[in-house]
Each structure stands twice: as structure tokens, then as C-alpha cells.
Design a protein around this ligand. Structure first.
Ligand code: LER
Ligand code: MN
Length: 275
């Protein structure tokens, strides 16, 4: 499979100011994604039941799109659920919330994303304890995704969003401590621009653990609208053997169509592709 381009569609009203390009009904968003030449769509739903599976299947077919990934962030945004809460009931609800999205997305051959639902090491909680909770949950959810033939995506975030893991180098040894081998890394170039010494080297280090890429410039606008240098980064991704999506998780600035157009321009310039 060649590397393919995806674009984000947000169905959560509370996230209307978030880094998602389209904030409208699936059909309108898919029509635009397809017209811009995207291969896939990444959806940010309120929960697993937000989307009618039959309708989604029909729309994906009609617009020639793949489901690239499904985000779980609204579990945090709307219900403050995290996998590292000190409350076991909250952790269980977080696991159920993510599990339902894994099942839904897996039916489309797409992975679920664990971003903000990873949570953080809370004040007064030993780091080792928080990591043990995270490990326990990933070891439950990883096999659930594996049974559907998809990976589970774990996304290191920048320091303002989590204190668990901020870089590829930090998180790789932790992944080795999991029983499941089915957790892959989501490398978000916006977070990496803040945290990594060298983004291309970090992507090389991720290697076969790389499972998804959020394509965003330094300011979280579409790639090409900030000051990240794409060439070395794209070279690292192209040479890694990565065959998944690079997905525009960016602000719709100056407007959604410009962000989509700029993303595809960057994609065609830097990534090996066939459309
Ligand atoms: C989610 O993919 C992400 O990158 C976080 O910053 C939540 O917005
Ligand atoms: Mn991201």
C-alpha cells in the first residue's frame, strides 16, 4: 500500500475550535474530501454510536474514501474519562468508551486513536502507578483491536497536554513492557515540533512502530503554512516503509478549503502516492 492522505472530520460541537478541518455533516465533508483528492477520512465522533455504520459504509463507497482512523478524544472532552484516573470506575468507563470505538472502527479496517484519553500522572500519584494503570488498559485494548485485524494507536502529546510521554524516545521502552504487541505510535508533527530534538530522527526511531501520522505544521495550520521543513521529515517517513495515512489534523485556517488544498499540495510534493 502506498502512503495515503487523510483529512479530519469533527462531529463534536464542543470541539468546533479544535484542530479538525471539517465540522459538518459526514456527507458534505466527504464530498469535499473527495473533491480535494484525499484517500481517507479521520473521524472525531462524540462516541461509537454517533455514526450509523450502514450510512458510513455507503458514504465511503460513494465518495471513494477509506476510513483512516477514529479519535476517542470526546471521552475526555465531554466526560473527563482517562486511562490513568486514580478512580478505577473512571478507568473502566474509559476502557469501555475506547473499546466501543475500537469495535466500530475495526469493522472498517480502521484503528482507534488514544490521544487525550491517556490522561496524565495526577498530583500525589507515583509515576510508576499511573504507568501501571496505562499498561493494564493498553493490554486489554490492544488485543481487542488485534482480534479485528487493526492496530491500536497511542499518541505521545506535548507537555501542555500530558506528562506521561512526550517523545518517541520516551515511549518506546514503555511499549516494550506491554504484553500486547499491537499498540503502534501515532506521530503528530505538531506535538513533535514542540518536543522532539529532531523530528526526522524521531520518526526513524519509531520505525516499524509507526502506525499513523498527524500532518500539521508548527502552528497547527496545514503543512506548508507554518515553519516546519517538510523535506527531511517526509524522507524519513517515506524511507521507513510506512504504508498508512498522513492525516491533516489541523485548524481550518484561513478556512477549511484552503487547509485541505494546502495539505494535498504538500502531500503531492513530498509523499509517494498514486492519485
Ligand atoms: C489528538 O490527536 C491530539 O493531537 C491532541 O492534541 C488533542 O487535540
Ligand atoms: Mn494528534
Amino acid at each position: 500500500m502506498p502512503i495515503r492522505a487523510a483529512i479530519t472530520v469533527c462531529l463534536v460541537p464542543e470541539a468546533r475550535h479544535g484542530p479538525f478541518v471539517f465540522h459538518e455533516a459526514l456527507e458534505t465533508a466527504f464530498a469535499k474530501a473527495s473533491a480535494h483528492g484525499f484517500h481517507g477520512v479521520e473521524i472525531f465522533p462524540t462516541h461509537a454510536d454517533d455514526i450509523d455504520g450502514l450510512q458510513l459504509r455507503d458514504l465511503l463507497r460513494r465518495y471513494g474514501l477509506e476510513l483512516a482512523a477514529v479519535g476517542t478524544g470526546s471521552g475526555w472532552l465531554r466526560r473527563q474519562l482517562t486511562l490513568t484516573s486514580s478512580d478505577p470506575h473512571v478507568r473502566m468507563q474509559a476502557r469501555d468508551f475506547i473499546g466501543a470505538i475500537i469495535d466500530f472502527a475495526g469493522g472498517f479496517g480502521a484503528p482507534a486513536i488514544i490521544g487525550s484519553m491517556q490522561g496524565r500522572v495526577a498530583d500525589g500519584i507515583p509515576r510508576e502507578q499511573a504507568l501501571a494503570w496505562l499498561r493494564e488498559e493498553l493490554d486489554q485494548l490492544g488485543p481487542r483491536a488485534h482480534a479485528l485485524g487493526v492496530p491500536l494507536l497511542y499518541e505521545p502529546l506535548n507537555r501542555y497536554e500530558t506528562n506521561l510521554f512526550n517523545t518517541v524516545g520516551d515511549v518506546l521502552p514503555f511499549l516494550q513492557t506491554l504484553r500486547t504487541r499491537n499498540v503502534r505510535l501515532l506521530c503528530d508533527l505538531f506535538h513533535m515540533n514542540i518536543e522532539e530534538q529532531d523530528i526526522a530522527s524521531a520518526l526513524r526511531l519509531a520505525g516499524h512502530h509507526l502506525g499513523h501520522v498527524h500532518l500539521a505544521d508548527s502552528n497547527r495550520w496545514a503543512m506548508g503554512m507554518g515553519h516546519t521543513s517538510m523535506a527531511a521529515i517526509a524522507k524519513a517517513v517515506n524511507e521507513s516503509g510506512y504504508d498508512g495515512f498522513v492525516s491533516a489534523e489541523v485548524l481550518p485556517r484561513p478556512d477549511a478549503d484552503s487547509a485541505a488544498r494546502q495539505t494535498m499540495e504538500t502531500f503531492r510534493q513530498f509523499f509517494v502516492q498514486n492519485r
